[in-house]
Design a protein around this ligand. Structure first.
Ligand code: AKG
Length: 260
């Protein structure tokens, strides 16, 4: 399918300079930009049913890590973010298990979408992630699953909400809480203690919403899933450098295997 048949281009004209410039301003200001109804309802339903066929191929991982996705560092005092654990559980269908005719894969492999995302991020050019598993993920969460507070290891994430859970499964975000030269442990600790409600922004999880997000500087989590409906999100990975891949350690924990 062409990108015009996948994306709601009347609302989100991908090659319109003014639309891109406006979204870039929001991204620069907030570290996150949310595009509701990016995908038309009938296409989202197709994406969900194509994903449901793949759920048995998903790898389940359950972890207890710090917000930095590391093991606790006991050289820090008790209660410090560097030694406070967050529980996460998610099932992921890896890129190599997503057939070429899957509508989400067609979207991901569209050069028009990639140029649009580059424009919103203010990047001259983007490349699809070179990770044969991680380039595109379908992330599935079941009742009781959650993603604890964390920072990402990449500069940005592009997510496409496909199906919300009955309740819970909300994406909560404290934008730009740290900088490359300032970890701001004090504020991170206050978020972990639940004392920073005023700073936590809850992003809506509506099927068809695209979100472009700076996960390296923004602390974020997904609240526990309530009810039997699967929460499904597609994660589209791009990088500013060509050939970027993830480590063997990350592949083993997220996908349970290594490339043949
Ligand atoms: O599922 C989501 O909405 C966000 C996923 C996320 O935070 C992550 O994969 O790091």
């Amino acid at each position: 399918m062409s990108v015009a048949a996948l994306v709601n281009t009347s609302e989100w004209p991908l090659s319109d300079f003014q639309t891109t410039a406006h979204l870039r301003e929001i991204f620069e200001r907030d570290g996150v930009v949310v595009l509701p109804e990016f995908i038309a309802r009938d296409v989202v339903l197709k994406m969900v049913s194509q994903t449901e066929e793949l759920v048995d191929l998903a790898h389940r991982s359950e972890s207890r890590k710090t917000v930095y996705l590391s093991s606790p560092d006991e050289s820090f005092p008790v209660g410090h973010p560097r030694r406070t654990l967050q529980a996460s559980a998610v099932e992921v269908v890896a890129y190599d298990h997503i057939p070429v005719h899957h509508a989400v894969r067609e979207l991901y492999e569209s050069d028009e979408l990639m140029s649009f995302v580059a424009g919103v991020l203010g990047q001259e050019k983007l490349y699809r992630y070179a990770d044969p598993f991680g380039a595109l993920n379908l992330a599935v969460m079941r009742e009781g699953d959650q993603l604890g507070w964390h920072f990402d290891m990449t500069d940005f994430v592009v997510s496409l909400a496909l199906q919300p859970s009955q309740a819970g499964g909300e994406f909560e975000n404290v934008q730009k809480i740290r900088r490359a030269d300032d970890e701001n442990y004090e504020d991170v600790r206050s978020v972990l203690l639940g004392n920073a409600h005023g700073r936590v922004r809850v992003e809506p999880m509506h099927a068809g919403t695209l979100m472009i997000f700076n996960g390296r500087t923004s602390l974020h989590k997904v609240t526990p899933i309530v009810g039997s409906t699967l929460r499904i999100v597609a994660l589209l990975a791009y990088d500013t450098q060509s050939g970027t891949d993830s480590s063997a350690e990350l592949k083993l924990s997220r996908y349970g295997r290594l490339p043949a």
